[in-house]
Design a protein around this ligand. Structure first.
Ligand SMILES: [Zn+2]
Ligand SMILES: [Zn+2]
Length: 240
């Protein structure tokens, strides 16, 4: 199993990331990737990009140097009702939206509360993927979250950065993978790179999926054909 795209990366527009989109694109190109997702932090994060950054992303071309630049955001789940930190008028313009919990934006609640907020985000028609759902700081009811994704087609992310920066993620991600395999729910493998040398660094996530004997056909970025099929059949179809 290998990957052909990285759809969770940050640029200097997130002030605690240090590369440009051009550097990230060159890194993706060097890996032979067909697509790069640009997903800077939305304004709920104290050092996230401003709303206008996301409003204007469409000014960049969809393909740069042969790499499909998927212009998106990593929005924040701000409360347990699933409120996001970008308004609908902007969300509908984006090609790809990851929604995540970050402690800079919300303090963890009970397992029930964390699950409710995440499920509400999963049901938001503009949310395509839940970022680092295996973060043990925000405990969730895994079968309930996976089941909500099965209903909506929302992806769950296996985030390679988590294993280093979110201790305890390995065990939770392993359980997420087992439950996704059981329910036939697709995942995406991401780097969450904050520097261009980390783009496409999916090794830790792929190791975990192999360990869980996870079916390759449920990893949407494990082949160009699967990624194209995912975007073509999504509720808001997108041509790659
Ligand atoms: Zn970040
Ligand atoms: Zn991120």
């Amino acid at each position: 199993m290998h990957t052909i795209a990285d759809l969770h990366t940050h640029t200097m527009a997130s002030q605690h990331a240090y590369s440009t989109v051009t550097e990230n694109l060159h890194a993706a190109k060097a890996l032979g990737f067909c697509a790069l997702g640009m997903t800077d932090h939305a304004p709920g994060m104290p050092d996230g990009a401003i709303a206008h950054h996301f409003r204007c992303l469409g000014n960049m071309p969809p393909v740069v140097d042969g790499v499909r630049l998927i212009r998106g955001a990593e929005v924040n789940i701000m409360d347990f009702a699933g409120t996001l930190d970008l308004e609908e008028e902007i969300l509908e313009k984006l090609e790809w939206v990851i929604a995540s919990y970050h402690i800079e934006c919300i303090q963890p609640g009970s397992r029930q509360e964390n699950t409710a907020g995440m499920v509400a985000a999963i049901r938001n028609p503009y949310v395509d993927c839940i970022g680092h759902c295996g973060n043990p700081v925000f405990p969730i009811d895994i079968p309930a979250v996976v089941s909500a994704c099965r209903e909506t087609g929302t992806l769950l992310e296996i985030n390679s950065s988590s294993f280093a920066i979110r201790p305890g993620s390995h065990e939770v991600c392993y359980q997420v993978a087992l439950e996704c395999a059981r329910q036939g729910v697709a995942v995406i493998v991401s780097s969450d790179a904050h520097f261009h040398t980390r783009v496409g660094d999916h090794a830790a996530s792929l190791d975990l999926l192999r360990e869980a004997d996870f079916p390759e056909e449920l990893v949407v970025n494990s082949s160009e054909e699967r990624l194209r099929a995912y975007f073509a059949h999504r509720a808001r179809p997108l041509a790659l």
